[in-house]
Design a binder for this molecule. Sequence first.
Ligand code: SF4
Length: 349
Amino acid sequence: MKSGPSMTPDVIKPSLTIRLCGPRGFCAGVDRAIQIVVLALKAYGAPVYVRHEIVHNRYVVEGLEAKGAVFVEELDEIPAEHRAQPVVFSAHGVPKSVPADATARNLFYLDATCPLVSKVHKQAMRHQRLGRHVILIGHAGHPEVIGTMGQLPEGSVSLVETVEDASVWEPPVDPDNLGFVTQTTLSVDDTAGVIARLQERFPALQAPAADSICYATTNRQEAVKQAAPGCDLFIVVGAPNSSNSKRLVEVALKAGAKRSLLVQRASELDWDEIGTIGTLGLSAGASAPEVIVDEIIAAFKERFDATVDLAITTEENEHFLVNRELRSLELTVADMAFVNGDQAPPPRV
Ligand code: SF4
């Protein structure tokens, strides 16, 4: 942790209000994906292989590694002698070629794709089945985008990232025969701009049956929007490769926070740069564990006379079932303590 305001106990600490956003942190899809790896370790023993980061958070990955998970980039990294051990696919989803490859290699896989990502896959496939060229609004190179594009035959899907892209993109087919879906973790407001531009150019453009941006992304952005005005600083707990966390940083700035930072651990906080502040906004991306939020609050309480005000915009009650093979296993508070602290895991309905 870097230096800054004094930690000496007899110095009067400056007062600070922390606006703690709710909802924040783990969404139902991330929670489910982590549970799948934890339960697979219980059921089959170590090692359990995981293709890509299960969710975009280093702390989560290291916590699972400590329990016996082994992260690989591709299936050919799994040693032949471990082929009977399960391999888990990440919450972001995978192209169709990945489960096909796993089957061809005789691997036992557990798919941790978030059900809301799978829903976007189905919506994209529906457009394609109806003969439409699919526009995917999202960020190039993101695993979810790779997974969604990989549901469709080559040439039947185009990626559009920005309003500028939407203004110049030329359809390879009849412009009256287009449908769109989006990545689940985009900025709600920016995406509305991209869709509006596409609809302006292609009035027959077909929307998906339901919004692709998921409830967790929408709720976390709305909570930040409400809490950010008047904040001297807004901190989002999350990883630099987490799309939804980066969007929260942008939303905080747009909504009126003077400064906004993405932070992975309290040890990254630069207290000289933070300086003396009166109001701190605090949220966490959908892949950021609550134990890190607690760690950040504790670090501020060491240096400030801090009061935590909850800024809750809505309650969330979404929970997703784990894979059938794992449902009968017990998941304890201790199993998930590395990310949730002493909070009970959500009900497994
Ligand atoms: S952010 Fe949304 S789509 Fe992504 S894992 Fe969470 S609930 Fe699922």
